[in-house]
Design a binder for this molecule. Structure first.
Ligand code: CAA
Length: 388
């Protein structure tokens, strides 16, 4: 199907493909195996404009639409999701959040550096006791007049050890519940910010995931994003866009799995013919292709709704939910089609399978997306019975 990508979007797709083949494919197995952060590759991404794709050029960004970002995420994720998660968090959680809700001074000071890759950002919402149940924030930001005093622990923080800027959600007024949460811009060089050990993960192993401790960190009032108490809504609104990025990542993993499985099924022969000619394999490829096309439509639709200024919260949850489930299924089938070769690192599909799993977990688990989607059906009474 032709999704009518524009000339500009096709150029972005081609540039992402070239970057992926030249810079990401070499060494991807070793970086994953040894948990090596892709420092050079991230630097090149900054130079190529992949770290602030949607940011207004006046702040150093590419001024592109969400679909261009999605197309780039998909290509990069076919090969290296450790790199694409770094890209996704910086683009759609940190840069977008700052551009949408930051003051002019905040944008000048932070966004200009984040959009070019001079700085890398992290989004600090999850806590040991507040993952899916994100309103249960225990990190505190106590009002001290001209500053907040920040204390607490955040975990599973992508870019945790390599970022210069954290967007931290913290409770300033316990009695107000989620309406007492503030979103704060924290410079990681400030006193009291401690980076915990790097997590040894199942997948996206080259990306940088840490627990962060904040101990009496003084955050100036001018570093609050939005009005007092806007922090939880800031996180939710930002995550709605973030989920489009992760949906695109999942789509890339699924498409990469299909590309590798199709290639292998043409090369590998059993019982006197290439294995794709066996119905058992051909039908697996057919299922993968169908589900990937359906996922692509949902992901592109969510991106286009965002670009048109429509409410995209449910569309992004649907895209992430379906694309993540598709990535997992496609990657498992790609391993199965490869047989024993699929079980070793050299053939890439076992890495795609491990990487696929996280897309069902971060930026809201599949079950959280189902919650958002199902609540919307009931809230708007979308399916009022007309026959009975
Ligand atoms: N936009 C704006 N406001 C929203 C919103 C949205 N999309 N979703 C919820 N809200 C508002 C609600 O209107 C409500 O506000 P009011 O009470 O003032 O009306 C408030 O937020 C609380 O909402 P709920 O009552 O629905 O809260 P809940 O506790 O029942 O559920 C949830 C909320 C949707 C489940 C939410 O907790 C959630 O999304 N959880 C998952 C958290 C998550 O995605 N974490 C990802 C971490 S970041 C990450 O993974 C990045 C990385 O490193 C890759």
């Amino acid at each position: 199907m032709n999704y009518s990508l524009t000339e500009e979007q096709l150029v972005v797709q081609e540039a992402a493909r070239e970057f992926t083949q030249k810079e990401l494919l070499p060494g991807v197995i070793e970086r994953d195996r040894d948990m090596i952060y892709p420092k050079e590759q991230v630097r090149t991404m900054g130079e190529l404009g992949f770290l602030g794709m949607m940011v207004n050029p006046k702040y150093g960004g590419g001024g592109m639409d969400t679909l261009s970002y999605v197309v780039a995420m998909e290509e990069i994720s076919k090969v290296d999701s450790s790199v694409s998660v770094i890209m996704s968090v910086n683009n759609s959680l940190v840069c977008w959040g700052l551009e949408e809700y930051g003051t002019e001074e905040q944008k000048e000071k932070y966004l200009t550096k984040l959009a070019t890759g001079e700085y890398i950002g992290a989004f600090c919402l999850s806590e040991p006791g507040a993952g899916s149940d994100a309103t249960s924030q225990k990190t505190t930001a106590i009002d001290k007049g001209d500053h907040y005093l920040l204390n607490g622990t955040k975990n599973w923080i992508t870019n945790g050890g390599t970022s210069q800027v954290h967007l931290v959600m913290a409770q300033s007024d316990q009695e107000k519940g989620h309406r007492g949460v503030n979103a704060l811009i924290v410079d990681t060089s400030w006193e009291g910010v401690t980076i915990g050990a790097k997590e040894d993960k199942l997948g996206i192993r080259a990306s940088d995931t840490h627990t962060i401790m904040y101990n009496d960190v003084k955050v100036p009032k001018e570093n609050r994003l939005g009005k007092e108490g806007f922090g939880f809504k800031f996180a939710m609104k930002t995550l709605s866009g973030g989920r489009i990025g992760i949906a695109a990542q999942a789509l890339g993993i699924a498409a990469g799995s299909l590309e590798l499985a199709t290639k292998y099924a043409q090369e590998r022969e059993t019982f006197g013919k290439p294995i794709y000619k066996h119905q058992a394999v051909g039908f697996k490829l057919a299922d993968m292709e169908t589900q990937i096309e359906a996922a692509r439509m949902l992901v592109y639709r969510a991106a286009q709704m965002k670009d048109k200024g429509l409410d995209y919260t449910v569309a992004s949850s649907m895209a992430k939910f379906y694309a993540a489930e598709t990535a997992m299924k496609a990657a498992v089938e790609a391993v199965q089609i490869h047989g024993g070769y699929g079980y070793v690192k050299e053939y890439h599909v076992e890495r795609l399978m491990r990487d696929a799993k996280i897309t069902q977990i971060y930026e809201g688990t599949s079950e959280i997306q189902q919650m958002v989607i199902s609540r919307n059906i009931l809230k708007d009474n979308l399916y009022e019975p007309i026959l009975f």
